[in-house]
Design a protein around this ligand. Structure first.
Ligand code: TYD
Ligand code: MG
Length: 458
């Protein structure tokens, strides 16, 4: 007698499986994420599969004769920087990002660049028809690149196509949420479909030594849609982010088994596709109005790369009982903390003022070292006095108001000097050397010193 297929309810957020439907996932606490899925495998205890007797595998020592396979150079230095030196053969890379941010454009440019250098690049588009991809290639001036292109979403067809041709160096799947395996009774994009597709593709990549690139959609809160699980399965996870209103796009590495994380690549979306930006600080400071109150320059570091950005603040008397706080590009909790420290430790109260904070250029900063630059911008806007145009700021502020030291001091100072800044306002402790930095250093021990130097507050 055939056993009935097993039904389970799988959380589309975390991948946890439950025997019956509940409104809230017991594993991750998200609401309404459980979806009914039928398991194609045999039910436990059905006797269909018998555990085989295990084979003894040889145990080895850590030291051994393992040679690193050479990386696949992409001809795109920004991408190489983020991946830690190029694509790794037999690896899987997941690239996530909001719709329309430029994932397909980036991967088409990459596939074309590799194909032109004589490598075999196969591009499966599950979202766009061949004609659409061709149109884009034409717009990008890449129509002549020998990329092998197919518009397909059926996993078996994709696996058969891959097995049929020569060994590909690069396989692009755009996107993994569109794939479906006909052995599974679940809709495309559900956890079990995405997991099955990713597993088969990764197995193919490991067996043949191809580099696999998967595009993943993100949900409205910025996570890769549905399958947190595939982030664990792949070797590298990159996020492509940026503000739709700005041309800059940041490729950020959040997981990398073959290199450092937190590294960023900077691109500019132009009419001819994505252009690499080798000197992002110049671009982010490009349209600066240095004489307006409320603007400061933060000397930041993303990964190993220094990045100077303008922080803009607007502090205005509020007509509301609860004043507004709006933040773009920075953490709003961090702003609340900073406002509380200004109030409690420096006697600067913004309790009756609206506060708006913006990181110019559409960049998102997560470094705590930005605290001092944000405080400078807030104090400048509050007092109405513009900050000197040739100053940069960095330093973390603790709850006591003390300015704490940060890493990469020399890198930050060198970049500021390169861009013509004359003074750096930095933490009192730390190993910065004035002569080596070629900047005048203003060392601050407490936020109060900054508040006093910026001038009388209203
Ligand atoms: P796309 O790569 O389709 O985004 P995704 O795959 O992440 O959804 O990018 C689409 C956007 O990029 C679209 O809004 C138009 C813009 N774009 C340009 O500005 N210039 C170009 O040369 C191309 C190809 C796209
Ligand atoms: Mg796309």
């Amino acid at each position: 007698m055939a056993k009935a297929a097993r039904v389970s309810y799988v959380c589309q957020n975390c991948g946890a499986s439950a025997p019956r439907w509940t409104g809230k996932c017991a594993s991750c606490g998200e609401w309404n994420t459980l979806v009914e899925e039928t398991d194609a495998g045999p039910a436990p205890g059905s006797g269909v599969t018998k555990a085989t007797r295990g084979r003894v595998v040889p145990l080895q020592s850590l030291r051994g004769d393992t040679r690193e396979t050479p990386r696949i150079l992409t001809g795109m230095p920004e991408l190489e920087r983020v991946t830690g030196g190029g694509l790794v053969p037999a690896s899987a890379l997941l690239i996530g990002g909001e719709p329309g941010i430029g994932k397909s454009t980036l991967l088409l440019q990459l596939a074309a660049s590799l194909a032109k250098s004589g490598r075999r690049a196969v591009y499966f588009s599950g979202e766009e028809a061949i004609a659409q991809v061709r149109l884009r290639a034409e717009r990008l001036g890449l129509a002549d690149a020998p990329v092998a292109l197919a518009s397909e979403t059926n996993l078996s067809n994709i696996m058969a196509t891959l097995a049929d041709g020569g060994r590909p160096d690069l396989v692009v799947i755009d996107s993994v949420q569109t794939l479906w395996a006909d052995t599974l009774d679940a809709a495309p994009g559900t956890v079990s479909q995405v997991r099955a597709a990713t597993q088969s593709l990764i197995r193919f990549a490991k067996q043949t030594g191809s580099a696999l690139l998967l595009v993943g959609h993100v949900t409205k809160d910025g996570q890769i849609a549905g399958p947190k699980v595939i982030e664990h399965m792949v070797d590298t996870v990159l996020y492509f982010e940026g503000d739709r209103g700005h041309p800059f796009r940041i490729l950020r590495s959040v997981k990398n088994r073959f290199g450092a994380t937190d590294e960023i690549g900077v691109f500019e979306m132009a009419s001819g596709g994505l252009r690499e930006v080798a000197n992002p600080s110049e671009l982010f400071l490009g349209e600066r109005d240095a004489h307006a109150p409320g603007a400061s320059v933060f000397a930041g570091v993303e990964g190993t790369r220094p990045l100077l950005v303008e922080i803009q603040a607007l502090v205005a008397p509020s007509a509301l009982g609860t004043p507004r706080r709006a933040v773009v590009g920075w953490d709003s909790n961090r702003l609340s903390m900073l406002l509380a420290v200004l109030d409690a430790r420096c006697g600067v109260s913004l309790a009756h003022h609206d506060v708006y904070l913006n990181v110019a250029g559409g960049l998102r900063i997560s470094e705590p070292a930005a605290d001092l630059a944000v405080a400078a911008a807030l104090l400048s806007s509050f007092s109405g006095a513009a900050l000197p145009a040739d100053h940069v700021y960095f330093g973390e502020i603790s709850l006591s108001g003390a300015v704490r030291t940060t890493g990469h001091m020399t890198t930050r100072l060198k970049e500021a000097h390169k861009l013509g800044f004359k003074r750096a306002v930095i933490p009192a402790s730390g190993d910065a050397d004035e002569r080596a930095a070629k900047l005048t250093l203003v060392r601050l021990a407490h936020l109060k010193d900054l508040a006093e130097s910026i001038g009388p507050c209203q």
